[in-house]
Design a protein around this ligand. Structure first.
Ligand SMILES: Nc1ncnc2c1ncn2[C@@H]1O[C@H](COP(=O)(O)OP(=O)(O)OP(=O)(O)O)[C@@H](O)[C@H]1O
Ligand SMILES: [Mg+2]
Length: 487
């Protein structure tokens, strides 16, 4: 009754005006200022709202009395949030900041391009007027940074592929994505611990190196070449890298890319903080022999000889089908286009490093060449721990010595060894015995073959450890093999 009386006595305009006046007087007297951060600003989603929610979720979980819980699609973590009208005090650089979450029902739907949620949500941020500059200068940035960090930690990464052969999806994206849930980590990866440390340090330096790259005028990217026989953990290493840094993976299928401009488009649609992978680079595309096959310039030596890249001399594409060129690929990884977006890692893998064009291996192209070798003794110990739970001291000295003696000469890949261990994982003693047998049998077989394979491996490894000199050596050996070829 009172309300209807009030409505009758005071016309609407007067009511609004008096409310405005009241709030002005209140604002003048108050020593606080308020910021509203609404979920939807006009028709756009307000990123700051989402960030604030995530940011507060870390402190809300400890101090809040009534919390809302959410779990995003594909996320493994639950996020805490403030419920309606709940308050929370956050302290930033010694200054207390009060947050309130306000949810009000949305009044009759106004016209918009997309349906809006039923209620309006927003945070109100209260801070002393004297601390105003602090909020505007650094607190909001701090929230955005922190939220991004939390998001990366919570969210499972995505694995993208371009298997659709260049066609776009409804939103104009050339990449398909699936949640990336590979369990491989540096801890489970069997390789020489020192080398592992080196790679992890390199990755950390890269991820924390924003100012370094800016200062030196370099694009914020890094290239790794992983090479070695099948089953030595190249793909596992890539997964471990992504898990270590919390990056997404773009698995680039070169055979599905039709030309250089498609390649560029794909690159432009990758996000930062990602690893772009080209697996089996020697097989996925025939970069070196392309022109020869097309009948252009017969008899050309297809190895890089210091002049312009082979593909550049021909000029243009070689007609239909797949016409990516080496120069196009290098432009993708190295050129001006490589730095649209930042914080990107390129990883190439190959089983036959000797087949790669030396232009790809030149120093500065791939920053780190990582040889994934056959299982060594330290790697073997990691596998024994992974599969059988054997730690330091669980196996007798004698068994360890025996394993150590044969493992190098056996030249078994970690994949081969895993196979033996998985098969017998219910009976640990049997697993170790069988492994010893398998290793010894391999040693015998290798000795019979004269150990030729191993020598070649070593040579390859030496060639790549000193990239400059390696390039020459490699080219020599390639030329030699060319000479031997029947014409
Ligand atoms: N270094 C390693 N550490 C732990 N597990 C390994 C390692 N190498 C191989 N494996 C195991 O062997 C399997 C095959 O390894 P992976 O796919 O990483 O090899 P790859 O080097 O990529 O082989 P390919 O050259 O054929 O692609 C994996 O499932 C993994 O469990
Ligand atoms: Mg692989």
């Amino acid at each position: 009754f009172c309300q209807s009386l009030l409505h009758a006595v005071f016309p609407a305009e007067l009511r609004v005006a008096s409310l405005k006046l009241l709030s002005r007087v209140f604002n003048l007297c108050s020593s606080y200022c308020y910021y509203d951060i609404t979920e939807i600003d006009g028709v756009n989603t307000n990123e700051l709202y989402n960030a604030a929610q995530l940011y507060l979720s870390t402190s809300a979980s400890i101090t809040g009395s009534r919390l809302s819980l959410t779990r995003a699609t594909n996320s493994t973590a639950v996020t805490f949030g403030l419920s309606n009208s709940d308050n929370l005090v956050d302290v930033f650089l010694g200054v207390p900041v009060l947050w309130e979450h306000v949810i009000t029902p949305r009044q009759n739907q106004t016209f918009s391009w997309r349906p809006l949620p039923e209620d309006k949500r927003g945070f109100t941020l209260r801070i002393k007027k004297k601390d105003k500059s602090l909020v505007l200068d650094s607190y909001l940035d701090h929230i955005m940074d922190k939220a991004n960090e939390i998001r990366r930690k919570n969210q499972d990464r995505f694995l993208y592929t371009n298997s659709r052969g260049g066609s776009l999806d409804s939103r104009g994206h050339p990449w398909d994505s699936v949640p990336f849930k590979h369990p491989s980590t540096f801890e489970t990866l069997a390789m020489d611990p020192l080398k592992k440390e080196e790679i992890m340090a390199d990755l950390n330096d890269f991820a924390n190196g924003q100012s370094f790259y800016q200062k030196t005028g370099r694009a914020w990217k890094r290239g790794y070449l992983l090479y070695g026989p099948p089953g030595t953990g190249k793909s596992s290493m890539i997964a471990a890298m992504a898990n270590h840094l919390g990056y997404d993976i773009y698995d680039l299928e070169l055979t599905e890319v039709h030309n250089n401009s498609d390649l560029r488009k794909l690159l432009m649609k990758t996000s930062s903080k990602s690893i772009i992978v080209i697996e089996d680079i020697d097989c996925s595309i025939n970069l070196t022999n392309r022109k020869k096959n097309a009948g252009d310039a017969p008899g050309r030596n297809h190895h890089y000889d210091g002049g312009p890249l082979p593909e550049m001399r021909g000029g243009g594409d070689d007609g239909g089908g797949n016409s990516i060129t080496l120069s196009g690929l290098l432009n993708f990884t190295d050129g001006l286009w490589s730095c649209c977006g930042s914080e990107r890692i390129f990883v190439f893998t190959t089983n036959h490093v000797e087949k790669l064009d030396p232009a790809l291996l030149r120093s500065g192209r791939m920053d780190m060449h990582i040889f994934m070798s056959y299982c060594s003794f330290p790697s073997l110990k990691i596998l024994l721990k992974n599969y059988l739970g054997y730690g330091e001291g669980d196996l007798t000295e004698m068994v360890l010595k025996e394993l150590g003696e044969v493992v190098d000469d056996a030249q078994m890949t970690p994949a081969d060894i895993s196979e033996v261990l998985i098969k017998n994982r219910r009976d640990k003693d049997k697993a170790v015995n069988e492994l010893l047998e398998a290793l010894k049998a391999r040693v015998k077989k290798n000795r019979a073959n004269g150990g030729l394979m191993r020598e070649e491996e070593e040579q390859e490894k030496r060639a790549l450890e000193s990239p400059k000199q390696g390039g020459d050596e490699l080219q020599e050996s390639c030329n030699k093999s060319d000479d031997n070829k029947p014409n």
